[in-house]
Design a protein around this ligand. Structure first.
Ligand SMILES: O=C(O)CCC(=O)C(=O)O
Length: 309
């Protein structure tokens, strides 16, 4: 760590030396006056950021660098952030526009923060299937973030998959076939609905739940980076516009398997007070349900996106 009484120049020098010593080969980025470091955790996607303390407001440089790290790595992680719901919301507001989750009530006084939890007595984990968040909405979220409040002694990792790499790895002929197709997403697919049941029972919104359906391109273009990625997922994509189920099923089944090949993924091992912030426009995620008998509690915020194109 850098001693804060040092001048910025010396502080940056010292921190650089520390980085070179501890993390040779890691991707590091230092800016005068900050000690933020961005370190990849896997070949495909994912980077851990250190040198940021979210218990005080971010300055503009830090906010910009963190946002850039998200675009560069698709999912970013910050550990040791023991912060209040208000500070978590402040961080989310510095990254985008927090919105409410459709099915689950927020915390008292914080409607945009929901609890994602699995109790000791439960067997099903919330969102426990590969997906990009709520693609059944007309305007699906740009990103989502989780802050770990209680973690099991082992297990409960979250996996992520890079959908730009998944698209890139396809043959030109398959890319040509997929470009221009429209996928149909629904909130009612049985496998994912089951993963929400426990939470809806305890924390569900009172208003009548509706099923949502939305149409989005099978290959979407990232509105900030311009890169193309696959935008179907086994949790929500139920068909392809203009195709019979018989026609779309084998194609979708191929894509569902292809898009989560191990070489497109990374895996985050949670510690208490860690944050994961992912970009739903180009990455999918899947929390691993391997910790029956233990409790896992997260706070989650969703960030507003735009209509996929
Ligand atoms: O619990 C997790 O790690 C992820 C949960 C999830 O799928 C979500 O919040 O969208």
């Amino acid at each position: 760590m850098t001693d804060t009484v040092l001048s910025d120049d010396i502080a940056v020098q010292l921190t650089t030396q520390t980085l070179n010593h501890n993390y040779s080969g890691a991707q590091a980025h230092l800016q005068a006056g900050t000690t933020m470091e961005v370190r990849k955790i896997a070949g495909a996607l994912g980077a851990e950021i250190s040198g940021v303390d979210l218990s005080t407001p971010l300055n503009a440089i830090q906010a910009k660098e963190i946002r850039q790290a998200l675009l560069d790595h698709q999912v970013i992680f910050l550990r040791n952030q023991e912060i209040t719901p208000q500070r978590f919301l402040d961080f989310a507001q510095a990254m985008g526009e927090p919105v409410e989750y459709p099915f689950v009530k927020g915390l008292q006084d914080f409607p945009q923060i929901i609890e994602v939890k699995k109790l000791e007595t439960e067997k099903v984990n919330f969102g426990g299937i590969w997906h990009s968040d709520t693609t059944y909405l007309q305007v699906p979220p740009m990103g989502s973030m989780l802050l770990s409040r209680e973690v099991p002694p082992y297990g409960g990792d979250t996996m992520f998959a890079n959908q730009e790499l998944a698209y890139e790895a396809l043959s030109d002929t398959m890319k040509g076939l997929l470009d221009g197709l429209i996928g149909i997403s629904t909130s009612a697919k049985a496998d994912v609905s089951r993963t929400r049941e426990d939470r809806i029972r305890t924390d569900g919104k009172e208003e009548q739940l509706e099923d949502y359906v939305a149409e989005h391109p099978v290959v979407r273009t990232h509105p900030e980076t311009g890169r193309k990625s696959l935008y179907v997922n086994i949790a929500h994509t139920a068909g392809i516009k203009g195709m019979t189920d018989e026609e779309s099923k084998p194609l979708l089944e191929f894509l569902f398997q292809h898009q989560v090949k191990p070489e497109f993924t990374c895996r985050f091992v949670w510690t208490p007070n860690a944050i994961a912030f992912w970009d739903n426009r180009c990455a999918m995620h899947n929390p691993v349900n391997d910790y029956h008998g233990f409790r896992r509690v997260m706070n989650r915020i969703t960030l507003k996106g735009d209509k996929p194109f």
